[in-house]
Design a protein. Structure first.
Length: 296
């Protein structure tokens, strides 16, 4: 296949993955609506579990199609598919979904599927409508082995951070529900993990990936010295990446030394995550600096 054929195939697969992701979201939404509407009889629970398995299978299918689409994009350009905002976004959605699927193997987090698929649809929809650029070779500043090292570390870290934020957000919602109901949950929420479990899972995810984010920043500084002759220049993207590092470092520090748990820790996790999203959305699209060399 020619490079143009791979490019067209990649585009088709991205659209196909969105269609499957949308279907998975609808099935997750149906399962949630059903759990709110009906009781907790054994027959009902069994049916809901079957629906949830269907939604999970569709999410896996969506992930596989998107993976091939991202791979085809790289083959069309003859490089790692991380040279612009469009490629970063589709790969970011892939990493986000992968983090969820891996977590679901060990933890009962399938209920998060509705948030995962919805966020993925937003990311991919933004990528194909606002951020899309044709497949092309890298600009000179990006032609470096550090592209794979630095950007891969950033993408994986971002995916796990966002998963942790989803869990922290779910913690706050469930805590508020329990507070209004004197510690009791509605029937639909009784199958979800306890608040303490959500709190610990969010913390473990951040603790797991924080060293990788630290490495991503260091690798970016090394790459910057090779490309621009300086390790650090307070470029907006560099600055906000460091702010994200400080935010999650404060979160980990507050948990380990000050004993922060529960609501305070969840809010701090969301604040740290918001700096990552600000960097991804605002700084990348409307900011100025050396990191705009690749365009969108």
């Amino acid at each position: 296949m020619s490079k143009s054929d791979w490019a067209y195939l990649s585009n088709d697969l991205i659209y196909a993955s969105m269609a499957v992701c949308a279907l998975a979201f609808l099935v997750f939404a149906y399962e949630l609506a059903w759990s709110i509407r009906v009781g907790e009889e054994k027959t009902t629970i069994n049916r809901r579990e079957k629906v949830l398995r269907v939604a999970q299978a569709l999410t896996i299918l969506y992930f596989l199609i998107l993976f091939i689409g991202v791979l085809a994009r790289g083959l069309s350009a003859g490089r790692a598919p991380w040279g612009n905002m469009y490629e970063f976004s589709i790969t970011g959605a892939l990493a986000f979904t992968f983090a969820y699927l891996v977590a679901s193997l060990k933890f009962e987090v399938q209920w998060l599927g509705i948030l995962i698929t919805f966020s993925s649809l937003l990311t991919l929809g933004t990528a194909i409508t606002l951020l899309y650029v044709p497949s092309a070779p890298l600009v000179p500043a990006l032609k470096s082995p550090w592209l794979v090292i630095h950007v891969a570390a950033a993408i994986i870290s971002g995916g796990v951070f966002l998963l942790s934020n989803c869990i922290a957000g779910a913690y706050l919602v469930l805590e508020q529900i329990e507070k209004k109901r004197d510690g009791q949950r509605p029937l639909w929420a009784q199958r979800l993990p306890k608040l303490e479990t959500l709190d610990q899972l969010s913390y473990r995810l951040v603790a797991l990936v924080f060293p990788l984010w630290t490495f991503a920043i260091i690798a970016g500084a090394i790459w910057a010295e090779a490309a621009w002759g300086r390790y650090w220049g307070w470029d907006p993207k560099e600055t906000w990446a460091f702010i994200t590092w400080v935010g999650y470092a404060a979160y980990l520090h507050a948990r380990v030394t000050a004993g922060w748990k529960g609501r305070r820790a969840a809010w701090l996790c969301l604040i740290a995550g918001s700096t990552f999203l600000f960097n991804y959305i605002y700084v990348n699209i409307w900011g100025t600096g050396k990191h705009t060399y690749s365009g969108l």
